[in-house]
Design a protein around this ligand. Structure first.
Ligand code: SAM
Length: 331
């Protein structure tokens, strides 16, 4: 039985004992996407951003951040190294940085596609022509969180941005045949349980292939420094309810969960998640991509980082995904 009723969603988010929600989600995950955990190699290739989101450590007003941009060759070399150690999906993420023109991005995508991996982009809002060109260059998936469906909250937290524009981008991406990833943060100031239920209904309604759900973690150099932030329990519960609503999609155990608890990602894998996205940057870059404090920096080397997460995954009786791990839709 797939959950679609808002009152029921609210009860699962706020009343049902958390352990029960996690157990149900774990069972639905097992029955629908199996025990494989898909690993994606995440390259955070630029921390330059034209936006000023109140929650984000990379916001353009945060002048304390040392900004970096990787060269095209550097991104490609890191992707090659990640593919060599077994990653079958490469996720390219950055701030919204238009230095990476359509041409530059297409070159990077085409070169990485030669490695026989799936390519996921997470570079924010671009024009429809850009999205089309990236897709033609071989990009398979696109990840862009809607953050919240409460439009007033969105406009308060993302000054200068438009919720409608973000929604339109998501629809364009979907129409172009990308696998679409979206998601939300939980624990935003002023966000209610009802609003989170609306978010989950929205994500299910637009038919996403991947849901990234993480706690909001206040960053000290942002205007939201003194806010409470989201709890691990709320993030896990929300993710688990998403699994109950969308049994066959891909759901990552998000890095932000690990920032709130050393075993946060393993807990997420036991509450509905089936994907992990280890960072494959060099540690020096990783430290500068600080969306929120405590963000897990890359291990000394991507190979060591990979084997440490693989060991943890196998220790809970799961296996590492053998293919590219796209969304396998159930009839
Ligand atoms: N610029 C791209 C975009 O807008 O989709 C991708 C990069 S953006 C930094 C990645 C995600 O980080 C955002 O969608 C947001 O949900 C998350 N994020 C930013 N600041 C955060 C914070 N303080 N706590 C938790 N997550 C945060």
């Amino acid at each position: 039985m797939t959950i679609t009723d808002k009152d029921q969603i609210i009860r699962l988010l706020a009343e049902t004992p958390a352990e029960d929600v996690y157990r149900m989600a774990d069972e639905v995950r097992h029955n629908n996407v199996g025990d494989e955990v898909h690993l994606r190699g995440l390259i955070e290739f630029s921390n330059v951003c034209r936006n000023d989101c109140l929650y984000c450590g990379l916001r353009r007003s945060n002048l304390a951040v040392k900004r970096y941009r990787m060269s095209e060759d550097e991104v490609i070399a890191i992707a090659r190294r990640a593919a060599d150690i077994g990653f079958m999906t490469i996720v390219l993420q950055s701030g919204e940085d238009l230095y990476y023109t359509r041409e530059r991005m297409c070159k990077i995508i085409k070169e990485i596609k030669r490695l026989n991996v799936a390519v996921t982009l997470s570079i924010g809002e671009r024009t429809a022509d850009d999205y089309r060109a990236f897709r033609d260059a071989g990009a398979d998936r696109y990840l862009m969180r809607i953050e919240t469906t409460d439009r007033d909250l969105y406009h308060r937290l993302d000054p200068g941005m438009s919720w409608q524009k973000r929604y339109d981008c998501l629809m364009t991406i979907k129409d172009l045949g990308y696998e679409l990833g979206s998601g939300i943060m939980v624990g935003l100031p002023g966000q209610t349980t009802e609003s989170i239920a609306d978010d989950l209904l929205f994500l299910s309604h637009i038919g996403i292939d991947m849901a990234g759900i993480g706690p909001f973690i206040p960053h000290p150099a942002t205007p939201l420094a003194n806010e409470a932030g989201g709890t691990l329990e709320l993030a896990l519960r929300t993710m688990a309810v998403m699994r109950l609503m969308m049994p066959d999609i891909n759901i990552p155990a998000t890095t932000a969960m690990e920032s709130l608890h050393p075993e946060g990602r393993i807990m997420a894998l036991q509450a509905g998640a089936n994907v992990v996205m280890p960072n494959v940057n060099d540690a020096d870059y990783s430290r500068l991509y600080e969306l929120y404090p405590g963000k897990q920096a890359a291990h000394r080397s991507p190979a060591i980082g990979r084997s440490s997460i693989v060991a943890k995954i196998e220790a809970i009786g799961r296996t590492i995904g053998t293919g590219q791990g796209g969304h396998k839709k159930k009839a």
